[in-house]
Design a protein around this ligand. Sequence first.
Ligand code: 5GP
Length: 129
Amino acid sequence: MASIFTKIINGEIPCYKIAEDDNFFAFLDINPNAKGHTLCIPKKEVDKIMDLDEETYMGLMAFSRKVGLAIEAAIDCNRVGMSVIGLEVPHVHVHLIPLTEMKDATFQNKVTLDKEQFEATAAAIRAQL
Ligand code: 5GP
């Protein structure tokens, strides 16, 4: 069965899209640690990051860097942190999280955004790409 993230790539589930190329896709995390928290994923559906072939792994890092630079330009933060966890969704994803304090990196400190705030955040990041 397709992962929830494959359904997002295919447009079967809506998302606040940031970027897409032939192999990768980026969108806002629906339950963000901080405003601008973004997920970068390979279109190829693989569960664990260490199981990616090297080309896809390196491509995902390059794609994530581009998106991360745009987040850093668009969102007021100290820096953009990167995490890979994957305990909830078995489809490789890189978390890019605007960090101001250590708690922003903990996944226990969540922020609530409404639809307009998600849309404005996604537009601000896209404008920096
Ligand atoms: P992990 O698998 O790394 O523990 O976390 C999965 C992440 O995906 C979580 O931060 C969660 O908020 C996010 N997530 C889960 N389902 C959806 C969804 O349907 N849409 C979006 N945009 N994010 C999701």
